[in-house]
Design a protein around this ligand. Structure first.
Ligand code: ATP
Ligand code: MG
Length: 134
């Protein structure tokens, strides 16, 4: 395994994705990306993200950093804004990630059958393997 990207939204499922990344990294570089999304009525416009959302994502990323640090991994922390799935896929391409690890569920309503809408969209567009953790 050479490069791992974890998509993190602070949910329990995403925490398990982090733990899995720590378990399989075996010295490989790990990055964690969190995407601040615009308020729903503003579509995908990255400039319409409210500061509260950015602050929340930053807080989650700090938490992710310490979870990985406890496992002895110094991860690269990546903050993005816009459509979560698009930004996660962009980041995987930019880094040349070999594996994206994410949760099946997130912070959303969780009404979907198998995975949430972000998980679903990443699975369709990812440039690499995707590990989806329940
Ligand atoms: P929905 O958002 O469709 O209501 P959900 O919140 O239950 O459903 P998803 O959002 O698809 O499910 O979450 C699945 C996984 O995608 C999460 O566990 C996390 O790994 C990743 N993810 C979701 N949103 C973000 C985000 N904004 N930034 C980074 N990763 C995310
Ligand atoms: Mg969600």
């Amino acid at each position: 395994m050479s490069k791992i990207l974890v998509a993190y939204d602070g949910s329990e499922s995403a925490k398990r994705a982090l733990t899995e990344a720590a378990r399989i990294a075996d010295g490989a570089p790990v990055s964690v990306v969190s995407v601040a999304r615009p308020l729903p009525r503003f579509g995908r416009a990255a400039e319409m993200v409210v500061p509260e959302e950015v602050a929340e994502r930053e807080h989650e990323l700090e938490e992710a950093g310490s979870i990985l640090a406890e496992a002895g991994i110094k991860a690269t922390i990546v903050e993005r804004k816009g459509d979560p799935a698009e930004r996660i896929v962009d980041e995987a391409e930019r880094e040349g990630a070999d594996l994206i690890i994410m949760g099946t569920r997130g912070l959303g309503s969780g009404k979907r059958l198998l995975v949430g809408s972000v998980g679903d969209a990443v699975l369709r567009r990812a440039p690499c393997k995707v590990l989806v953790v329940p």
